[in-house]
Each structure stands twice: as structure tokens, then as C-alpha cells.
Design a protein around this ligand. Structure first.
Ligand code: AR6
Length: 179
């Protein structure tokens, strides 16, 4: 049994998040929940139409997803059983609440994973593509929030940071090493 103080597991992998065997993968979505480019497009392409159908149902119920918040669907045809869709902030120079909103994305995604008893969660670099968040600052927030959340919650699972490229992988490694 894990004691509350057991070292939580964090992994860093480089690759395509749609191929991850994690229980849940996190999508860097937009507030419409209707799909888009980047990792969002890749997840909907690989997972098939069921994910979009569930997103439409959530949208009909609650009108989409606000920046910093997260919703959950099943994974369609993906290896992951669930997709947690979160909406990162658009980078506007850093003084419009971007760091706190990005931190909320990680916390709210982990809360949903815990509520649904998902044993592993894989995160892409939320906001670091089309939304323009500087990658180093985003990696620092991602690692800090996940570590703090794991330290303060009973979550026996694994968190995986999926770096799409080598630069991002190095940034995560530096942040995890520095913590
Ligand atoms: N696997 C892992 N990481 C990926 C993949 C992949 N298959 N594809 C891209 N990335 P982005 P954002 C990385 O632009 O900045 C969409 O249109 C990518 O290198 O997907 O949050 C949404 O609908 C980058 O580091 O998301 C929104 O409108 C990271 O994933 C908007 O883009 C995030 O890049 C969200 O922008």
C-alpha cells in the first residue's frame, strides 16, 4: 500500500500523446470543445467521432469549457480510456493571469483523473503551441503544479509529461531535476 508520503511517480516521454497507453490523456482544447489544430486535432483524428459527440453533449449542458477548467470524455478509439480536455490561456505577455490559469489546467485535470480513479495521466505542453506560452515557463509551471498536487493528494497513479520534441523533453527533465 502507498503511504501518504510515498514518492509519487512522474515520467517524461518524448512522442505522440495519441499513442500513449495512459488511462487518460489530456487535450489542449479550446473553450468551444469542438476541436481545432495541434494536439486537439490529432486527438480527435486518432480517437474518432465519439469524442466530439461527447464534447458536444458537454457543450450543450454547460456551454463549453472556460480557460483553466477541464472536462472529461471517454477516449473513443484511442489506447487511453479517457480524454481530459482542458483549455490553456493564450499567452499575452504574462500579466493577464496566464501563469495562474495554466496552473489551474493542471490542477483541474488531475482532480478529474482522481475523481474517475484513473491510474495514469499523460499531459502535453498545454498552451505551448498555437497559444504561444513560452515553453520553459510553461514546463516550470507544469512540473511545479503536478508535484505540489501529488504531494497533497492521495493519488496512487503516474503522471507522464509527453514532450512532442527534444527541446521540450530537455525542459521537462531540467524542471524535474531542479525540483
Ligand atoms: N502529441 C504530443 N504533443 C503534441 C502533439 C501530439 N500529437 N501535437 C502537438 N503537440 P497546441 P495550445 C504539442 O498548439 O498551444 C488547438 O487548435 C505542441 O508541440 O496543440 O494549448 C486548440 O483547439 C505543443 O508543445 O495547443 C486550441 O484552439 C503542445 O502540444 C489551441 O490549439 C500544445 O500545442 C490550443 O493551443
Amino acid at each position: 500500500m502507498n503511504s501518504p508520503n510515498a514518492t509519487p511517480r512522474i515520467q517524461i516521454v518524448q512522442g505522440d500523446i495519441t499513442k500513449q497507453q495512459a488511462a487518460a490523456i489530456v487535450n489542449a482544447a479550446n473553450s468551444s470543445l469542438l476541436g481545432g489544430g495541434g494536439v486537439d486535432g490529432a486527438i480527435h483524428r486518432a480517437g474518432g467521432p465519439q469524442i466530439l459527440e461527447e464534447c458536444r453533449a458537454i457543450r450543450a449542458r454547460q456551454g463549453g469549457c472556460k480557460t483553466g477548467e477541464a472536462v472529461i470524455t471517454t477516449g473513443g478509439r484511442l489506447p487511453a480510456t479517457h480524454v481530459i480536455h482542458t483549455v490553456g490561456p493564450v499567452w499575452n505577455g504574462g500579466h493577464r493571469g496566464e501563469p495562474e490559469l495554466l496552473a489551474s489546467c493542471y490542477r483541474n485535470s488531475l482532480r478529474l483523473a482522481a475523481e474517475h480513479q484513473l491510474a495514469s495521466v499523460a499531459f502535453p505542453g498545454i498552451s505551448t503551441g498555437i497559444y504561444g506560452y513560452p515553453k520553459k515557463e510553461a514546463a516550470a509551471i507544469a512540473v511545479r503544479e503536478v508535484q505540489q498536487w501529488l504531494a497533497s493528494h492521495e493519488f496512487p497513479g503516474t503522471v507522464v509529461f509527453v514532450a512532442f520534441d527534444e527541446e521540450n523533453r530537455r525542459l521537462y527533465e531540467q524542471e524535474v531535476g531542479a525540483a
